[in-house]
Write a protein that binds this ligand. Structure first.
Ligand code: PHE
Length: 471
């Protein structure tokens, strides 16, 4: 049986579709909503620097490893891991990587859909004109009106999950592939429009200063753990989304180069989004960059409300947010859907419908965290905060650690070499000393995967959790 015919879900049309899909997964609320406010809360530049170090030293190698596992397994993360583990003749417990990933995806989607729902609501809010000329207080009231009303939140969460169902039930080519090929170019165009607007009308210099000037003293272990969690979250790694997408990647395409392109896109969008948001926030006096999760929904409407063409730009901005969230959310749903189809033979529609129902129900916990259940906390976390912290800062890094150790030390070497066209090249170039430069680059990846990434994840993780407990 050839490798490709093992998968039942199909293959992306081309390498480019894979790049669009994985970038679509990576670029999302993590870049547009979370990155700016987490940077704001952690004092700016120093945090950004650590975030980039985590992306480079941990994120990129782990993402490559995930694609390797997916393309070798050619199935949902659960079944890909079970195939690769069997083939590697090692302890069965490694299969947990697939299970934890699928679970983490559904947990993330449950709160992600609620925030994406806020984005949908704000398209209408800005469109209706209710944000024109608002001051900070009334913008906070508008936001409060939304979050304190569970019915509104549930309606928007349901609409957003319905949008995800439409795409995922269409399958790899006609659903996911077709969607990202339309959505991603649109997203980039809108981002460029926003950037030009921010440079012309916003306080661009102040935004650059905030994002790039750094004071190393403002960093704590907790902040470093957050930076690592954010890097995992924005790259969509550690939980199987990229593994699932990797399973549909055409054979023979270089994983290293492709992953590099995706991570450059992802970092660029985070930085550009940060520049846009802070330029706009700093253009109106009296708005704080440390506004927390409300930064995008309180500070930005105030700024849009008083800027030239603010209403149109505001609508473009929130449409951009929803598109980014949509193209990520489908990748949170895909691993579980692919698995349910494989395990039960259900149609894609049936599988994704059932899973959406489950996620919708879980999401009620996040919905109520902003109103009826606001006071229901565990270790200081509401359900929403707890899910966010547990997935980004615990499940994804643990998933990433396991993936790097597995691919670095345990995975069957023949299978690894078959997937890593780059490493194959390394074995060949070993005999030709004239190509020393490529040699050192290629040796880098598995070395980083074996030693640097796991050490960094474990150290940050232990120190960060310890620091968190002592708060
Ligand atoms: N990367 C997405 C974002 O930045 C979130 C995500 C995490 C998507 C994990 C898939 C998997 O918003």
């Amino acid at each position: 049986m050839s490798i490709d015919s093992r998968g039942i879900h199909g293959i992306w049309l081309s390498r480019w579709t894979f790049i669009m899909a994985a970038t679509g997964s990576a670029v999302g609320l993590g870049n547009l909503w979370k990155f700016p406010y987490v940077v704001g809360n952690n004092g700016g530049g120093a945090f950004v620097l650590i975030y980039f170090l985590c992306m480079l030293l941990v994120g990129v190698p782990v993402m490559m490893a995930e694609v390797v596992l997916g393309r070798e397994g050619r199935n949902s993360p659960i079944n890909s891991m079970s195939y690769v583990v069997k083939n590697s003749e090692c302890c069965q417990a490694w299969q947990l990587i697939g299970w934890i990933g699928v679970l983490a995806g559904l947990l993330i989607l449950s709160f992600y859909a609620v925030i994406a729902g806020w984005g949908l609501h704000y398209i209408l809010e800005v469109f209706s004109g209710s944000t024109v000329g608002v001051d900070g207080e009334s913008a906070a009231l508008l936001f409060g009106d939304l979050t304190s009303d569970p019915a509104k939140l549930i309606v928007w969460q349901t609409i957003f999950l319905g949008m995800c169902l439409t795409v995922v039930s269409g399958g790899v080519k006609k659903g996911l592939g077709a969607a990202v090929e339309i959505l991603m170019p649109l997203l980039f165009i809108m981002l460029i429009v926003m950037l030009i607007y921010a440079i012309l009308e916003g306080n661009f210099i102040a935004a650059c200063r905030f994002l790039f000037e750094f004071d190393i003293a403002s960093l704590s272990w907790r902040a470093i753990l957050e930076a690592m969690g954010l890097a995992f979250f924005t790259l969509s790694i550690g939980m199987g989304a990229i593994m699932a997408y990797g399973a549909y990647m055409p054979a023979g395409v270089s994983i290293g180069r492709t992953v590099l392109i995706i991570s450059v896109f992802d970092s660029l969008v985070a930085i550009v989004a940060g520049l846009i948001i802070f330029s706009i926030v700093f253009s109106t006096s009296g708005i704080e960059p440390t506004a927390g999760p409300g930064l995008m929904f309180i500070s930005l409407p105030v700024a849009f409300g008083s800027m030239p063409a603010g209403q149109v730009i505001g609508i473009i901005f929130f449409v951009l947010v929803v598109i980014a969230a949509w193209s990520s959310a489908i990748s949170l749903l895909e691993p579980a859907t692919a698995w349910l189809v494989e395990a039960t033979g259900f149609t894609r529609f049936m599988a994704s419908f059932l899973l959406i129902g489950f996620v919708w129900f879980l999401g009620l916990g996040s919905v109520f965290s902003f109103n009826l259940g606001r006071d229901f906390t565990l270790a200081g976390f509401t359900i929403f905060d707890g899910l966010d912290f547990m997935t980004s800062n615990i499940l994804l890094p643990i998933g990433g650690l396991a993936i790097s150790l597995f691919v670095g030390f345990v995975m069957n070497k023949d299978a690894l070499l078959k997937q890593m066209v780059d490493l194959e090249g390394y074995l060949l170039t070993l005999k030709t000393p004239s190509s020393c430069k490529t040699l050192s680059l290629r040796v880098g990846w598995d070395w980083v995967l074996r030693y640097v990434a796991p050490t960094a994840i474990a150290a940050i993780f232990i120190m960060g959790i310890y620091d968190n407990m002592s708060y």
